[in-house]
Design a protein around this ligand. Structure first.
Ligand code: ADP
Ligand code: MG
Length: 309
């Protein structure tokens, strides 16, 4: 069989092709994939076919060269293959395994929307959760994880995690959200006091309603650290109340974490408004919704912050 440059020599003499092209053809000739491809298809490819496809061979070796030198290609994450289609050589691009895995990882991450919580929550895993002294809540989380997957369209009660600062409440919620994301479910995990501040600063512009909507409609919602700030009547009734009402009506899974027990939450957080007035009926309405949406668990254990575990 003639070499590629022999086949192309007639064309190469034509000055239109230029030096650069000659070099590329020389490179193509050296490329083991090109050699193997031409060899494999020698009976199907005429000289003319190869001449016509020279630019494709160039595209192929040039792409491979860029991959080898780490240059940016026009299709990052893809690898080229030569294919034959009706006597034309074509370059087909296929994503690399690493690229596919990376894309999947990105999709999984996008299913967990984190609002005002440390990004490290993205690394929390149920498998890594140290259950020491907290088997009951880990069991409850795993039960939800199983049952929700089995039938995501019926109502599953969420969990109200009560426990001291640093015992791993946020970690558990994040780990559960990440595991559910692996299975295709989306969670919004909100640091509740920061959300309240954001909402307050949005009063007067049109985004308030949109923000409430995007939170209340989350497939799975986790309100982290509820009760850690001081609540206004407006926020209790027109924000939290609206969100919980919707989730109750639509029977959407909702989780909470708090330093306060349900009783404390009612008496210390929801009843007294920021003007110091007691509004027990309003507080009761919210409590009914929380109790409908979640079962409460007390997380025991030591403070794990800034300590080796
Ligand atoms: P809380 O929300 O209850 O205040 P965090 O979830 O923020 O507590 O946990 C405190 C620290 O301990 C975090 O750095 C977290 O990553 C780590 N942590 C908590 N629980 C566990 C656990 N079971 N396994 C591994 N790390 C944990
Ligand atoms: Mg926390």
């Amino acid at each position: 069989m003639e070499s590629l440059s022999e086949i192309l020599s007639a064309q190469l003499k034509d000055n239109r092709w230029g030096d650069r092209y000659q070099k590329l053809i020389a490179a193509a000739e050296q490329d083991p994939d090109v050699v193997a491809f031409l060899q494999k298809h020698r009976t199907e490819l005429t000289k003319e076919d190869i001449i016509r496809s020279a630019s494709k061979l160039y595209e192929f070796v040039n792409f491979k060269r860029k991959l080898a030198t780490g240059e940016k290609t026009f299709m990052p994450g893809y690898y080229p293959y030569l294919t034959l289609s009706n006597h034309h050589i074509e370059v087909t691009y296929t994503p690399t395994k690493e690229f596919v895995a990376h894309q999947k990882q990105k999709e999984v991450q996008q299913r967990v929307r984190i609002i005002s919580l440390p990004k490290s929550i993205r690394d929390a895993k149920l498998e890594d959760y140290d259950p020491e002294g907290r088997e009951e809540i880990l069991d409850a989380a795993l039960r939800f994880y199983q049952e929700f997957q089995t039938d995501p369209h019926v109502f599953h009660k969420g969990i109200y995690l009560e426990g001291n600062f640093g015992v791993g409440k946020t970690y558990l919620l994040g780990a559960l959200a990440n595991s559910l994301a692996e299975k295709g479910f989306s969670t919004t995990l909100v640091h509740f006091p920061s959300f309240a501040v954001k909402m307050k600063s949005s009063i007067g512009n049109n985004s308030t309603g949109q923000m409430i909507d995007s939170i209340k409609k989350a497939q799975i919602l986790m309100l982290d650290d509820i009760g850690a700030d001081q609540m206004s009547s407006w926020f209790r009734d027109d924000v939290l109340g609206v969100i919980l009402q919707y989730r109750m009506q639509e029977e959407l899974p909702t989780f909470f974490s708090s330093n306060l027990s349900l009783e404390q939450l009612e008496a210390e957080y929801l009843t007294i408004n920021s003007r110091g007035e007691a509004e027990p009926l309003k507080a009761q309405r919210i409590m009914e919704r929380i109790r409908f949406l979640a079962d409460d668990y007390h997380v025991l254990g030591r403070n794990r912050r800034n300590k080796k575990i």
